[in-house]
Design a protein. Structure first.
Length: 127
């Protein structure tokens, strides 16, 4: 993922509702919870396959994989190496995108459409 940050290992004492706001805090917690559930399921998937998961666990996996793709960002500084135009994503757009992915609004969009985009609506334009 770009940037190379593990959201499950990263922690901030400032990430409290009083410091970042209730909406931001709750979305961040739900993103972490979803990614943590996916991390727990990876061993089962590796051993038994995705089809052996319950329908709800498959939805969690799909949601988490879309979230991982969305949490990438093409940098302006790497544009010459990757050929991908750099994007600046506002906090409001990032929160909106995460919230909409968590709400399964993009369940019918291929996860690859969320990779290296800016605002989440770009995924619908590329699909």
């Amino acid at each position: 993922m770009y940037p190379a940050i593990d959201p499950l290992q990263s922690n901030s004492k400032m990430a409290t509702p009083s410091a970042i706001g209730d909406r931001h805090y709750h979305i961040a917690q739900e993103v972490r919870r979803t990614l943590a559930q996916y991390a727990e399921l990876k061993d089962i998937i590796a051993m038994l396959g995705l089809e052996q998961l319950s329908a709800e666990d498959r939805r969690v996996v799909a949601r988490a994989r879309r979230m991982e793709r969305f949490l990438t960002q093409p940098f302006f500084t790497t544009e010459q190496f990757t050929g991908i135009e750099g994007k600046l994503v506002s906090l409001a757009d990032a929160l909106d995108g995460c919230e909409r992915i968590l709400g399964d609004e993009f369940g019918d969009i291929p996860e690859g459409a969320l990779y290296m985009i800016g605002a989440v609506d770009e995924a619908k334009k590329t699909n």
